[in-house]
Design a protein around this ligand. Structure first.
Ligand code: MRU
Length: 349
């Protein structure tokens, strides 16, 4: 699989996901503003991948700071962190990565700025490597939920491209496939950015996992015909009570799954859980421009000037979620207790 993001000498490069699968093009980030632009413009997307990008972006940003003292360096570094924070609002992995990088700077306050800069780059490399390991653990923990011969519905792309590598929801699917289970995947196309069609289908085909794409509005009918055995998605943020923010369209899939008595699983690293938000209503949902709805690629399809609503995410209340799979194991309802147990010391509402 193509690496989602990596250091290349003094630069960070990421595969431009807007162009996949027709072109594999690299987007080169020479400074932190390039990374902010990449996150805003969907060059890189997917909650864990956004976290990794933010960490690398901050390491790039640190390199450009010309402060005379470490307190001045720290103050400027925090300003860059604040700028990065506003790139996209829903995926909490962005804030998580920024806080981790700022925490490192604060811990190293008695070191020279050059040493801090070196450590920040190393930390960003560590975050990337850890993310891949976490996804593999999640895969191991979740694959037992996938029966032999299952047909699995997924929404959006929660694969290698949405993470440092391997994927969350697709990581669980990959782990089941690696264990020899004969499974197949139905991928919602995921309008308007078509992450399901362009990215999920691409990844699964590369791995030889049978996949069929459906229009988003076909999921209910397939469930009614008993052609789907389970649903598994990723998450952009999970509230303390287990409510899940994920790509727009996830909620309707979860409601349909419950109606048809089909398990609905969410796979996400602990860095996606935000215990500071009590429930999903408090999660900020990104609203994107109307042009993403009314155009198809560069082609204007809707009547010129038509209004459109374009929420990029929705909230699935925890009552629709059968289990949350993390690197520490499988959390079953009631989620509040399971989340608290798994987060341990880092649980701070
Ligand atoms: O707008 P996107 O493409 O960043 O949205 C991505 C999703 O909603 C994913 O399902 C989520 O980030 C989980 S990715 C492991």
């Amino acid at each position: 699989m193509i690496p989602t993001i990596e250091w290349q000498g003094q630069h960070v490069r990421m595969v431009d996901q807007r162009k996949l699968p027709s072109k594999v093009e690299w987007y080169i980030c020479r400074g932190y503003k390039d990374v902010i632009n990449a996150i805003e413009k969907m060059v890189i997307r997917g909650a864990p991948a956004i976290g990794v990008a933010a960490a690398m972006g901050l390491a790039l940003g640190a390199r450009s700071i010309r402060a005379k003292t470490v307190p001045d360096f720290t103050a400027r570094f925090k300003e860059i962190g604040e700028e990065m924070f506003h790139a996209r609002p829903t995926a909490v992995n962005l804030r998580w990565a920024i806080e981790r990088m700022i925490g490192l700077v604060e811990k190293m306050s008695d070191h020279p700025a050059d040493a801090i800069k070196t450590s920040l780059r190393q930390e960003s490399e560590k975050i990337l490597a850890e993310d891949i390991q976490i996804n593999r653990k999640m895969g191991m923990n979740g694959q037992g939920l996938i029966p032999e011969g299952a047909t699995i519905l997924t929404h959006c792309n929660a694969g290698s491209l949405a993470t440092g590598g391997y994927g969350t929801a697709l990581g669980v699917i990959r782990a089941a496939h690696e264990r020899g289970k004969k499974i197949q995947v139905i991928a919602d196309e995921t309008r308007p950015w078509l992450q399901g069609l362009r990215l999920t289908a691409f990844e699964l085909m590369e791995d030889g996992i049978p996949v069929s794409v459906i229009a988003d509005n076909a999921a209910g009918s397939l469930m009614r015909q008993k052609r789907i055995d389970l649903v598994i998605t990723g998450a952009d943020r999970i509230a303390a009570n287990g409510d899940v923010a994920n790509k727009i369209g996830t909620y309707q899939v979860a409601v349909l799954a419950k109606t048809h008595k089909i398990p609905f699983y969410v796979a996400a690293p602990l860095s996606t859980i935000d215990p500071t938000v009590k429930n999903g209503d408090l999660i900020p949902v990104e609203q994107r421009g109307p042009e993403e709805i009314c155009r198809f690629g560069k082609l204007q399809v809707g009547p010129p000037g038509v209004m459109a609503l374009n929420p990029a995410f929705d909230i699935t209340p925890c009552k629709y979620v059968s289990a949350i799979i993390t690197e520490k194991g499988v959390i079953k309802p009631p989620f509040r207790t399971g989340i608290k147990n798994q987060l341990g010391d880092s649980y701070s509402p």
